[in-house]
Design a protein around this ligand. Structure first.
Ligand code: C5P
Length: 222
């Protein structure tokens, strides 16, 4: 398989977790490392694409990249920054582990432990992938990720159809796959029913595999 060119293409990628602040010292987050998004962005850049990476809080915060990186914290910020940059993108990959819910109210002062139990009301965050697909342009291909602990293929297909994405890259959390592991194994499920399954490989090699397959499937280099 030849390494496909992304010359002349504009690519928007999001990645990492989002942090939903509860009070000045606490947040709700997850274990996403942002590695897959960073590797996808590096690979797209090395194939000649103009790349923007919208990245949640990760160890890459003070890193220098040879392409545009927009650092965000919360799902609402990630939503705003992604939607503002979507129109010019030919390919959008949503690799971020966006928090599904955020605290309904932010407490300006640190919450004190003077109660035996504490409830924090959560409200749903916007779905960035679904909203990007909602305003999809004719020239765009929009790809999401799905991390599932059970019924991987069925749940990924449901997301593909519900969110109206062009493809979903499905993976499972495990000792060698999913969040914060150096390796991963994925299945790409396309809206036309095509399925591509990768082997278990290092995440940087996987990024190259993903670009080869989606470029060929959507005929992006032509
Ligand atoms: O529904 P679920 O979170 O499993 O879907 C995963 C896909 O949807 C990922 O591509 C993720 O980036 C995207 N997503 C999003 N906004 C959310 C939740 C998920 O863009 N609020």
């Amino acid at each position: 398989r030849k390494r496909t060119s992304l010359s002349g293409k504009t690519v928007l990628i999001n990645g990492g977790p989002t942090y939903e602040h509860i009070d000045p010292v606490r947040f709700i987050g997850n274990h996403s490392s942002g590695d897959t998004a960073v590797y996808l962005a590096r690979e797209a850049h090395s194939r000649g694409a103009r790349v923007t990476l919208v990245l949640g809080p990760t160890r890459y915060t003070s890193h220098t990249f040879p392409f545009e990186v927009v650092h965000v914290t919360s799902a609402l910020q990630m939503h705003t920054e992604c939607l503002a940059r979507a129109a010019s993108a030919d390919v959008i990959i949503c690799a971020a582990a966006v928090a599904d819910y955020r605290p309904a109210e932010y407490q300006i002062n640190k919450i004190k432990k003077n109660q035996d139990s504490l409830s924090i009301q959560l409200v749903k965050n916007p779905d960035i992938l679904a909203d990007l697909c909602q305003s999809k342009k004719a020239h765009q291909h929009i790809i999401g990720f799905a991390l599932e602990t059970e019924n991987l293929t069925q749940n990924a297909l449901t997301k593909l159809h519900q969110k109206k994405a062009d493809a979903i890259i499905a993976n499972s959390p495990g000792p060698h796959t999913g969040f914060a592991t150096p390796t991963n194994q994925v299945t790409i499920l396309y809206s036309d029913g095509t399925i591509h399954q990768s082997s278990l490989v290092l995440k940087n090699k996987l990024a190259s595999w993903i670009w080869d397959h989606i470029s060929e499937h959507f005929q992006i280099s032509q």
